[in-house]
Design a protein around this ligand. Structure first.
Ligand SMILES: [Fe+2]
Length: 379
């Protein structure tokens, strides 16, 4: 067994106001602050900036991450910014911001293009620059993970840079930083986290340590997500989902994902589907597909989501349908045709799903015919 958790995880309400002190304690004097201009406008970044000023940590703000990370965004940032003058990269934002921060820390040290680092363990040496992540969403788990996800427009798919060397030095989770999330982002990011917890739980690489994190994450997200969706200022619910999301990724980066995430790679490359929405579309169908080989675990997932005694007491496999109810309550009812699905893309979707690094961890192997049937159910 191997269980990595290179990131130091600090959690607490109001903790974002300690960012400056934490950077100073790391010996950092000048940070590249990567964020999203919308978050700056809404005042979400303000407590972090105030703490940098208070602690006399210099920073240069790059607020240009307004979309999911793309190759063209990467090229624009590398052309427009001198990345060599910073001793740290501070990411304040959602998973996209944190993923971009990781990519910039890599090329600041080793040069080249982000495509050069796609795949497993392509970072040649430990990073010298510290990465501190302050997430403003609760979902991707990028604050603790070894992954950075990029959209490659030319290939119409996504690619992953995966290495424990890009795990942030410190993940600083503060539920107050997530309260500005609108309901739709709360739902898509929360379902992404739920999918991390579920896929890592049934993964072929799951073990006693990851199962502990997966199951507790399913419980926390199940307890908080609907409440956080309907009442964004419910700090207890926000905190439960945020703790669950980070724990789900601790499991996910060690046990890896599965078929939902493998499918999401081409689907989000081809169509403007948020990652969590793609996971939500696939989740009940992939659970049904996997239940044939992982029925007891699927039953355990329903139990952790408190989906017991709901009138559907069929053993194992059949209870995956309960999850459809949760997704509907979160407004996650979109289908591929709503995002411009075209039949001629089926070959790309099947090929890229099978090529995805995530696919190999799914507990049940899928044939091309299985995948065509599965995708047809999402249309
Ligand atoms: Fe995900």
């Amino acid at each position: 067994m191997r269980f990595d958790l290179p990131t130091s995880w600090r959690h607490g309400r109001g903790l974002a106001a300690q960012t400056g002190r934490i950077l100073r304690d790391l010996g950092c004097a000048h940070s590249l602050l990567v964020t999203d201009g919308m978050l700056v406008e809404k005042g979400v970044v303000a407590p972090v900036v105030a703490s940098l000023d208070d602690c006399e940590v210099e920073y240069t703000m790059c607020a240009e991450v307004t979309t999911e990370p793309t190759v063209s965004l990467f090229e624009k940032l590398v052309d427009g910014w001198d990345l060599t003058g910073f001793d740290s990269v501070l990411a304040v934002g959602g998973g996209s911001v944190i993923d971009v921060a990781k990519g910039l820390a890599v090329v600041a040290q080793f040069g080249g293009h982000i495509r050069d680092y796609a795949g497993f363990d392509r970072i040649p040496a430990p990073l010298l620059r510290k990465i501190v992540a302050v997430p403003t969403t609760a979902g991707t788990g990028s604050e603790i993970s070894d992954g950075s996800v990029w959209i490659d427009e030319a290939r119409q798919t996504k690619f992953l840079v995966l290495s424990t060397r890009i795990c942030p030095t410190i993940a600083l989770t503060d539920p107050e930083m997530t309260c500005s999330m609108p309901p739709r982002i709360t739902a898509t990011s929360g379902v992404d986290a739920l999918t991390h917890a579920i896929e890592s739980y049934v993964s072929v690489d799951a073990g006693v340590a990851t199962e502990l994190f997966s199951l507790r994450a399913i419980e926390l997200i199940g307890a908080g997500l609907k409440k956080a969706y309907t009442r964004g200022d419910d700090l207890d619910a926000r905190e439960a989902v945020q703790l669950g999301a980070t724990m789900a990724m601790i499991a996910g980066m060690n046990a890896h994902m599965g078929l939902c995430h493998a499918l999401a790679m081409p689907l989000c490359g081809l169509y403007p589907i948020p990652h969590g929405q793609a996971c939500a579309m696939a989740l009940p169908h992939v659970l049904e597909f996997n239940a044939e080989v992982a029925g007891a675990k699927v039953a355990g997932i329903c139990e952790a989501l408190a989906m017991v005694g709901t009138g559907n007491d069929a053993p194992g496999a059949a209870r995956y349908r309960e999850i459809e109810g949760l997704l509907a309550a979160l407004g996650m009812t979109g289908r591929l045709r709503d995002f411009g699905y075209r039949d001629e893309h089926m070959d790309i979707i099947v090929r890229e799903t099978l090529n995805s690094v995530q696919y190999r961890f799914n507990p049940r192997a899928a044939s091309e015919e299985d995948l065509v049937r599965l995708v047809e159910r999402l249309v």
